[in-house]
Design a protein around this ligand. Sequence first.
Ligand SMILES: NC(=O)c1ccc[n+]([C@@H]2O[C@H](COP(=O)([O-])OP(=O)(O)OC[C@H]3O[C@@H](n4cnc5c(N)ncnc54)[C@H](OP(=O)(O)O)[C@@H]3O)[C@@H](O)[C@H]2O)c1
Length: 258
Amino acid sequence: MLTFALSNSRAIRLPIGVVPKGGAMAQLKKIRMPSISFVVARTYPKNVIGCENALPWRLKSDLRRFKRITVDHSIIMGSKTYYSIGKVLPRRENIVISRKSHNIEEKDLFWCNDKETALLLADIFALSQERKEIFVIGGQDMYKIFSGVFNKIHLTEIFDHGKIEGDAFFDFKFDRRKWRAIVEEDLGPSEDDEYPTRYTVYENKERKNRFRWSSNFLTDKQHVSGFIDKYKKEHPSTSPEIEAFMHQKYFYDFELAD
Ligand SMILES: NC(=O)c1ccc[n+]([C@@H]2O[C@H](COP(=O)([O-])OP(=O)(O)OC[C@H]3O[C@@H](n4cnc5c(N)ncnc54)[C@H](OP(=O)(O)O)[C@@H]3O)[C@@H](O)[C@H]2O)c1
């Protein structure tokens, strides 16, 4: 049995996968979760994204763009990417996935043991602030574990003539029958940028929407702050409420974009 609400007074218990009929249904809402987007820079054609836990290029324009895209949103990353950045990125909830425990506590830093907890937190932040998107920012492991659920990618391709060697890659191919390019911008090399680049935003033509059923799931600001306090105290998943949400399965709808 799962509890589908943060508020104890209005909790509704259901077996997994069962949608209530009649009266109980009236208390439940089908809530669309925010869409997942990737932000990636890779070399063309070798698909290198990193070397020895660092970015093997200097592209200031791309870093500025990265900030513009992600600021005021949740960003999900693997622990190696967090350490390679070396700090909590400001004005963003930094959600870091790791199997280990880390004794670093900072404002806007949230450690999670798995993809489900990371998504749960990102969903909570997004819904409580009426945002529609969350960002997976790398590295290689994270792009792999979220590869089945992203709808959009901000992709920078770096034309290095195969010069850059690396040990982390992103080799996802964008089939134009399934992915539509909605933005394309070419940038030459400059004082700020070591290599010419192409920035493309691809959108999945078959958008994957995640939904959860709930009466008041995560949309009430008071509940959210209570939830986050509890998450921090009981990190990562000792609270029955947190566990219940983590194990609540998303269900998916597919929507063909125009
Ligand atoms: N070019 C770009 O756009 C871009 C963006 C980001 C990063 N990068 C580069 O990518 C490289 C890092 O990529 P990476 O793949 O090595 O590291 P990563 O994805 O940043 O982090 C990997 C770590 O995430 C944790 N992890 C992975 N799968 C997990 C799972 N299923 N459950 C729980 N935790 C899990 C593990 O942490 P623990 O070991 O702590 O358990 C693992 O060591 C660096 O070179 C970085 O500079 C490039």
